[in-house]
Design a binder for this molecule. Structure first.
Ligand code: ADP
Ligand code: NA
Length: 327
């Protein structure tokens, strides 16, 4: 299938939510069966591009590890590791920073949006974030990267860097390809025009994998829909209800048509309860496993440590060779 190595990352900025689960983690779990070399990184260096409380960040790294394992990431099949513990990420990031023009980064819509949303001026790290992301991918000579549609422009930088590097120094990096997830962006339950996000200040907008059944039910009950009570699917005009249908289909494995068919006769208020129940059912075993894993911090640390050693083994020679080519 041409997939030789897969790399993907998740930020340790809080407990993963339904969007992270359906849009990323669930597909990662199936990818580890399809490819023999898979790396998943907890990208803490990306998180510190904006202010973080060190104690919270530290705990978040362990929490994400527990969540990923509970969701089915198997440390025998995937290399699960903490980015900052493999110094070659920063090293290659610096080198790539010397190969990328300012204007390339200045024109990225994500930088413009993020920088504008901050109370203070953005940091250099936030500005060069996509360069580090390119280094994360190319450090392992990854061939495929599962990404959400919001990350596609950043993938372009990794591809561009690989191509330019190869032209200048000889064939070295595979040009990585995006593996676009088929799952649509899961939307905020409070503002279905925005994506569900870890950093949403409205606590009701985001369903986390560790939420209690009562919390999940309450969040779905308070979800914003519209003034039509029938359950229909039309993402262009009925964002809120369509988001429910997408979620419902994804957690049950049913098609959109099957979901709609089952919902005939329900009004949206009743339908929210049905979707909440499906999500509760999906998350119940994961939530139990997270709670069990979180009691064994030693095990979580061990998993990360073993993953980090494996990642280092792959990263070191690549970084060495890059330096030899440049210096
Ligand atoms: P967040 O944006 O919530 O902080 P991350 O940036 O850590 O999450 O993203 C981790 C993974 O989850 C990425 O692959 C990203 O594309 C995916 N993801 C994030 N939010 C959503 C969403 N609302 N729907 C689907 N996938 C998402
Ligand atoms: Na993101």
């Amino acid at each position: 299938n041409g997939i030789h190595r897969i790399f993907s990352g998740i930020q340790p900025t809080g407990i993963p939510h339904l969007g992270n689960y359906l849009g990323a983690i669930e597909s990662w779990v199936s990818l580890q069966e399809k490819c023999s070399s898979v790396l998943f990184s907890i990208v803490d260096l990306h998180s510190i591009t904006v202010p973080q409380d060190p104690a919270v960040l530290h705990q978040s790294i362990l929490d994400i590890t527990a969540v990923l394992l509970a969701c089915g990431i198997n440390p025998e099949k995937s290399i699960l590791f903490q980015q900052s513990q493999v110094p070659e990420h920063s090293e290659l990031g610096w080198i790539f920073g010397c190969l990328v023009r300012m204007s390339w980064l200045q024109n990225l819509p994500q930088w413009k949006r993020k920088n504008a949303s901050l109370k203070q001026e953005g940091t250099v790290g936030l500005f060069t974030y996509p360069v580090l992301q390119a280094a994360d991918i190319l450090l392992y000579k990854s061939t495929h990267v599962p990404v959400g549609e919001d990350q596609v422009t950043h993938m372009e930088l990794a591809r561009d860097l690989a191509q330019r590097f190869n032209k200048k120094y000889g064939e070295f990096f595979p040009v990585p390809t995006s593996l676009l997830t088929t799952m649509k962006r899961v939307k905020s339950l409070r503002d279905p025009s925005a994506k569900m996000s870890k950093s949403d200040p409205d606590k009701l907008a985001t369903v986390r994998v560790t939420d209690s059944p009562e919390e999940i039910m309450m969040k779905f009950r308070k979800a914003v829909t519209d003034f039509t009570s029938e359950v229909t699917y039309d993402p262009s005009t009925r964002l809120g209800v369509s988001n429910m249908v997408d979620i419902h289909a994804a957690v049950t494995g049913l098609t959109i048509e099957e979901v709609i068919c089952q919902s005939v006769g329900l009004d949206t208020a009743q339908y929210k309860v049905v979707v909440a129940e499906a999500v509760i059912q999906k998350f119940a075993p994961i939530k139990n496993e997270i709670e069990r894993l979180k009691m064994d911090e030693g095990y979580l640390r061990k998993v990360l440590q073993v993953g980090t050693e494996k990642a280092k083994e792959l990263a070191k020679p690549v970084c060495q060779e890059v330096k030899k080519l440049l210096i």
